[in-house]
Design a protein around this ligand. Structure first.
Ligand code: NDP
Length: 334
């Protein structure tokens, strides 16, 4: 059974109009209102996206008869806007990063728990076909003991997104934008991140003061075993295909086109018996998967794909990478 939620958008964003609103509507949910910091933009965005109500008054929006809000504003606003929505008794699907500090993110989780509403994070990768299958294969022992993981998540930032993302003021930068997503698939596979070392440089032609090309090394505590993960995240690479490689004692898994917003990718298993293509169930919209689980969670059935608590842990890794770049130190997380 699906619950058709009534949504309000907080943030007149690209991701809402290109990915999330179409997914909401495909599931039969309604998108009733949008909030923007600018009244004029709220009206225009509402008109452009077939939304009945646009406002720059957050309290007015939250007073509407809606079930849930989707927060996809600038990263520095996620915390205050989600807290306001939770205080108004709305379920919250929040974009990553959940907040800009662990204290703020923890505060959001605690507030949602206290209010009895669902707080989830819109990380799209964990239930993509490649990552779901990788977890199943690893859990079944198909590649033995996991030793290391390598992620290639270096892309060319589309021109339309070369705004706040390339500067630190609003919570931009590659670590919060991409490394955060890497952690959303590393954490459920490997456990708790123990220490993080990163190097970042600025390469792109755009304005901005944050590193736009980062290589990070993360040590995970995988049930007492040390597993090492390495990620390459960038806004500057035009001709790579994203990848997710897991090396185990008995085999390796090679995911290609594995870090995408589409339900795509391939997976190959290599072990003593040779190479074999792993069949994947492609085609299910990744945002619909998130929304379906979220709607079920609002009626007390199951958990969201990525909970607020999970979002605190992805943020922890991303902030550690950022801190390591700034300080030149290895950051110890536990
Ligand atoms: P956008 O730049 O499109 O939107 C962010 C904010 O910028 C909006 O809330 C809006 O403010 C303002 N804005 C957008 N366009 C304009 C414009 N033309 N003129 C003036 N202001 C504008 O960001 P994204 O959609 O790329 O990202 C939004 C959030 O979603 C971020 O937190 C990001 O990390 C996340 N994200 C997640 C993805 C995923 O797959 N999970 C993918 C992409 C992004 P206002 O609302 O005040 O009008």
């Amino acid at each position: 059974m699906t619950t058709a939620l009534r949504w309000a958008l907080i943030g007149a964003s690209d991701i809402a109009s290109t990915r999330v609103v179409p997914a909401m509507r495909a599931l039969g949910h309604s998108v009733d209102a949008v909030y923007s910091g600018s009244a004029e933009r709220a009206q225009r965005y509402a008109a452009d996206n077939g939304i009945a109500f646009g406002s720059s008054d957050l309290a007015e929006l939250l007073a509407l008869d809606i079930d849930a809000v989707y927060v996809s504003s600038h990263n520095d606003l996620h915390h205050s806007q989600a807290i306001a929505a939770i205080a108004a008794g709305k379920h919250v699907l929040c974009e990553k990063p959940l907040a800009l500090s662990i204290d703020d993110a923890e505060n959001m989780v605690a507030a949602a728990d206290e209010a009895g509403v669902v707080l989830a994070v819109n990380h799209h990768l964990p239930f993509s076909p490649v990552h779901q299958r990788v977890r199943e294969l690893v859990q079944s022992g198909a590649i033995g003991k996991v030793l290391s993981v390598r992620i290639g998540h270096a892309v060319l930032l589309p021109e339309r997104l070369r705004g706040w993302r390339t500067g630190g003021a609003r919570g931009g930068g590659v670590a919060l934008d991409i490394t955060c997503h890497d952690a959303s698939v590393l954490n459920p596979l490997l456990g708790r991140a123990r220490r993080v070392t990163a190097l970042g440089v600025k390469q792109g032609p755009w304005a901005g003061d944050t590193a736009d090309a980062i290589m990070t090394v993360i040590e995970y505590d995988n049930d007492g075993d040390a597993v090492i993960a390495q990620t390459h995240d960038a806004f500057t690479i035009a001709f790579d295909t994203t990848s997710f490689t897991v090396h185990g004692s008995e085999g390796s898994l090679f995911g290609r086109n594995a870090m995408t917003q589409d339900s795509a990718g391939t997976l190959e298993l290599v072990d003593e018996s040779g190479r074999s293509e792993v069949p994947l169930e492609l085609g299910r919209n990744l945002y619909e998967i998130i929304l379906t689980a979220f709607a079920a969670a609002t009626r007390g059935e199951g958990a969201p794909t990525v909970s607020g608590r999970d979002g605190v842990e992805t943020l922890r890794v991303a902030l550690a990478a950022q801190e390591s770049i700034t300080t030149g130190q290895t950051i110890h997380l536990c």
